[in-house]
Design a protein. Structure first.
Length: 509
């Protein structure tokens, strides 16, 4: 413990060097901006700015890129709350309750909750990283394809709680998302699957952001215009220092949810190929499933903002763990960071902690500092973010539409995806009219490409025997929990049905 404390103090000294501190603050601010812009996100931000880092020493370079990653996790909530458009896939779950809070005139509450939850989730993950890096990395290695599939099934099990009480509609929504997730080239045979009208654009599959921006950006805008007849009431939000401090004080009501989501996010984030998006979706689903007021989720419950924001920040730190200790990237962004480290002559792996302790502990120290700066900057800019909601809808609607177009085009830069986004916008609007939950479909298309390879690899390992998911200790335990979560809504339906019959019996006698 004393060794860790000594190394950490040295890491803070390294992170507080003028050049490193300057790069850290700039990185956090750039990350907030990148995270808030639909279609960019941490992956594109880090990739675009990677060449600039060759102008500074390696330690300052990796601190800068890590700060962008960290800031982007905070920034994703800004557009999710103010515009109803997820800045990145990691922030899509924040839309579910963040946007309804904004439409009720509580955007400041949503943004304060998001910033505070991000800080707590980030702090939990950095502390865990500091204390238990080597043993946690070894534990992550035990997760093979069966364990990964079991984890994805656990996430799917929470989806039933994300829709309405109409379970058939929710299951239908999940199945539609899974079908969309299989479009493209088969992962084993390489054969094209579900290529509509032989259009080449479908070969690369359906990009998640195209679907999310179409449904939550354009679809929501069409729904709002229909409901208000074009006369949209501007959301007047008063932001004062006292109000922000009151929202921070009220956050104690969500401390348990935030801490649990942070722990979940960290452990999901450190698994190779998982990352912050599944972590945030699972945190939201589990929070709603076990909440006493589950019906209030999706209608403006601050806990629905706190859970995914805590999880995605914790997962961003967790994904750095396998990168540094094993040389295995835990997310697409850390894959780019890994490439940068190799370019700078830093070889990730078990020896990195002994051969380059100043670099490793400087990075860990910078994460603590970046967490504090992200919180302060975010809270300071809340009045500016909230001003977006005071714009007349005649101005705001074209801005939202333009951001949707940019966000839909940015990931692949093809017109095919732009047309798809517009189609998904219309489909999202029609689903709202028919009272179908769209969240399960969106989440299924995220986790489908992770779940399918894991399932098929597992069945190849077992020569087609599905019991492999239950005979391995970790996957078996997760599968049992997932099955229980799937059965809970059905048990609740049966129990409510019996209560209804019991209440009718005396009236009819």
């Amino acid at each position: 413990m004393e060794d860790i404390l000594g190394h950490l103090i040295g890491g803070f000294g390294e992170a507080l060097q003028p050049i490193n501190l300057f790069m850290l603050v700039v990185g956090v601010m750039v990350g907030l901006f990148v995270g808030a812009l639909p279609g960019l996100g941490s992956v594109n931000g880090v990739a675009i700015l990677l060449p600039l880092t060759f102008l500074v020493p390696p330690n300052a370079a990796i601190i800068f890129l890590a700060a962008i990653y960290y800031g982007a996790m905070y920034g994703g909530a800004i557009s999710s709350v103010t515009l109803g458009i997820p800045g990145a896939s990691t922030a899509v779950a924040t839309v579910f309750d963040g946007r309804p809070l904004a439409t009720k005139g509580k955007a400041d509450v949503a943004l304060v909750t998001a910033a505070t939850a991000s800080f707590i989730g980030g702090t939990i993950s950095v502390v865990l990283f500091t204390l238990f890096a080597p043993p946690l990395a070894e534990f992550a290695l035990r997760f093979g394809p069966p364990e990964e599939f079991a984890l994805m099934l656990l996430a799917f099990a929470t989806f039933v709680g994300l829709g309405s009480d109409d379970i058939p509609k929710t299951v239908f929504s999940i199945l539609i998302g899974l079908v969309l997730a299989t479009i493209g080239l088969d992962i084993i045979s390489g054969q094209p699957r579900l290529i509509f009208m032989d259009l080449p654009g479908f070969m690369h599959g359906i990009n998640f952001l195209v679907l999310a921006i179409g449904i939550y950006g354009i679809g929501e805008m069409l729904w709002t215009l229909e409901q208000t007849g074009g006369n949209v009431i501007v959301h007047k939000v008063k932001t004062t220092f006292a109000g922000i401090m009151r929202s921070i004080a009220d956050f104690k009501n969500y401390l348990g949810t935030t801490s649990a989501s942070g722990l979940l996010g960290y452990f999901v984030g450190m698994l190779p190929a998982a990352g912050a998006t599944p972590a945030s979706l699972m945190a939201y689903g589990l929070t709603k499933t076990f909440a006493k007021d589950g019906d209030s989720f999706g209608k403006g419950n601050p806990a629905g903002v706190a859970a995914p924001e805590s999880a995605n920040n914790a997962a961003s730190t967790g994904s750095m763990l396998p990168m540094l200790t094993l040389g295995i990237p835990g997310s697409p962004t850390t894959a780019i960071l890994l490439g940068g480290m190799i370019i700078w002559g830093l070889r990730p792996g078990p020896l990195l902690f002994t051969e380059h302790p100043d670099f490793v502990w400087g990075l860990i120290g910078s994460l603590y500092i970046a967490n504090v700066f992200s919180l302060v900057i975010n809270l300071a800019f809340i009045p500016i973010f909230v001003r977006v909601l005071t714009m007349p809808f005649t101005i705001l609607a074209p801005v939202i539409f333009t951001l949707c177009i940019v966000g839909g085009y940015a990931p692949t830069q093809t017109m095919h995806d732009l047309w798809l986004m517009l189609i998904f916008g219309v489909v999202g609007y029609l689903l709202r009219k028919l009272d179908y939950p769209v969240a399960p479909a969106v989440l299924a298309i995220v986790l489908g490409p992770i779940a399918e390879p894991s399932m098929r690899q597992s069945l190849l390992l077992s020569q087609g025997d599905p019991t492999i998911f239950f005979t391995r200790p970790i996957s078996g335990l997760i599968m049992v929990i997932a099955i229980i979560l799937i059965l809970l809504p059905l048990i609740k339906m049966i129990r409510d049905g019996r209560r209804g019959k019991g209440a009718e019996a005396p009236a009819g006698s």
